[in-house]
Design a protein around this ligand. Structure first.
Ligand SMILES: *Cc1c(COP(=O)(O)O)cnc(C)c1O
Length: 421
């Protein structure tokens, strides 16, 4: 078996036995990595208390939710369905906060159960006020700056629809007064960043919003911490980014007498490098000397969409019984009849092919795609070409694999269809 880089939890031998037991494609999560990431998040520097919320849209499997619940994390839900899913996994309603693009019809029920609501638009604020005059609410603002990698990951600034644009604060105050609301939280989430200076700026801008509302006791700075999946990428040092943030909170307290609690909401940071996708090479084609060598996997955008969507880069490892000498540049293709189903796009440009240097590969070799814990099993073109949902496995602390989601029966794909013939 070929060896794996030291930063990966899954070696070739374990991959081989998991493929034999559970088939491919299969997501393999590592509970030790999840635990270590949760602890790192809980160690985020803070001045007056910290709540860490898991942004569960990154990977909402019950086993992951349960592990994070036991570790002391709370939940950031992006829809009413997520809030209910977290409760079904054992989170009390009071440990869930909802920041959604679509405020659910039944948000009033969720809120009565104890789910905290962050109004993410003026319309949401008005609906909340009408339903709960005098109630306690959080406000999600778009503070006017974003640091996402591209327009598809940017969640702040004028080209982003998330949150209430900071300039509409007078309208917010009018509505808060009209309904007698008590604003208890300010929320900002401005996208992937690993630069402590940007963090400090954002914390300052967000505290300026806190200043506008006397009753606010908590500031939520969202998630979006960049992680390094590839060796040449730079991840976020939470200690380095958090220290100037805590300093800003102390300055704010010295100036206003208000000791504001901090909330953070990582998704990617907790999950990204805690999962690998195990697949099989099922074909190999060539388009000749002017073209490319392709290897085709038994997975693709049905399990991992990020390369096609953003030109995201993921480590790809070929697992061979007998390591073969020699390397070759391959375009790694997925199994969907869709030319965009490519796992080796150019960085940041899903339109361009960037062949990857890999060991000489044969049909039947196993292939590991690393860094797939966040926004892969949760965000894919699942069911395209009628491929059933892949299985998910969790390695426990003794590295024993547990099936946490079985491979879908193909019949389940058409189970909701109604015959009219
Ligand atoms: C998606 C999301 C997060 C998590 O973002 P990551 O980039 O995965 O850390 C946090 N807060 C909110 C409101 C989100 O929508």
């Amino acid at each position: 078996m070929s060896t794996s880089p030291p930063n990966s939890f899954l070696d070739g031998a374990t991959a081989g036995s998991i493929a034999a037991s559970f088939g491919t494609p299969v997501y393999v999560y590592d509970s030790e990595t999840l635990e270590a990431n949760a602890q790192a998040a809980l160690d985020f520097p803070n001045a007056y208390g910290l709540t860490v919320r898991y942004a569960m849209k990154a990977a909402p499997n019950r086993a992951i939710l349960k592990q994070f619940c036991a570790a002391g994390l709370q939940i950031d839900a992006s829809s009413g369905h997520e809030a209910r899913r977290a409760m079904a996994a054992g989170f009390p309603a009071g440990a869930i906060s909802l920041s959604s693009q679509e405020l659910p019809e039944d948000f009033d029920q969720l809120h009565r159960q104890g789910v905290a609501i962050n109004a993410c638009s003026l319309h949401q604020l008005e609906r909340f006020g009408a339903a709960f005059p005098g109630g306690e609410i959080g406000l999600r603002f778009n503070p006017g700056a974003g640091s996402g990698g591209n327009n598809r990951t940017n969640v702040g600034g004028p080209s982003s629809s998330f949150g209430i644009w900071h300039a509409w604060i007078d309208q917010v105050k009018e509505m808060v007064d009209r309904f007698g609301l008590k604003v208890v939280r300010i929320h900002t989430h401005i996208g992937s960043g690993s630069d402590p200076a940007v963090w400090q700026t954002i914390a300052g801008m967000s505290l300026d919003l806190v200043r506008q509302f006397e009753s606010v006791h908590t500031l939520n700075l969202g998630g979006g911490y960049k992680v390094a999946r590839m060796e040449d990428e730079v991840g976020t040092d939470l200690q380095a980014c958090g220290a100037p943030v805590a300093e800003k909170f102390r300055e704010f307290a010295a100036e206003t007498g208000r000791e504001i609690k901090l909330e953070i909401e990582p998704g990617t940071f907790l999950l990204a490098n805690a999962c690998s996708l195990l697949a099989k090479v099922q074909d190999r084609v060539s388009t000749g000397s002017e073209g490319y060598e392709f290897i085709k996997l038994d997975t693709g955008m049905t399990e991992i969409l990020r390369p096609s969507l953003y030109g995201a880069q993921h480590p790809i490892r070929i697992v061979q019984q007998e390591p073969r000498a020699g390397q070759r540049a391959y375009v790694v293709a997925g199994h969907c009849c869709e030319s965009g189903d490519i796992l080796t796009p150019a960085p940041g440009d899903p339109e361009l092919l960037a062949p990857r240097l890999l060991p000489l590969t044969e049909i039947g070799d196993l292939c590991l795609i690393d860094g797939v814990g966040a926004y892969c099993s949760a965000m894919s073109t699942k069911h395209y070409n009628s491929y059933p949902e892949a299985a998910e496995v969790l390695l426990d602390g003794d590295r024993q694999p547990h099936l946490i989601r079985r491979r879908e029966d193909p019949e389940a794909l058409w189970a909701n269809e109604i015959r009219i013939d």
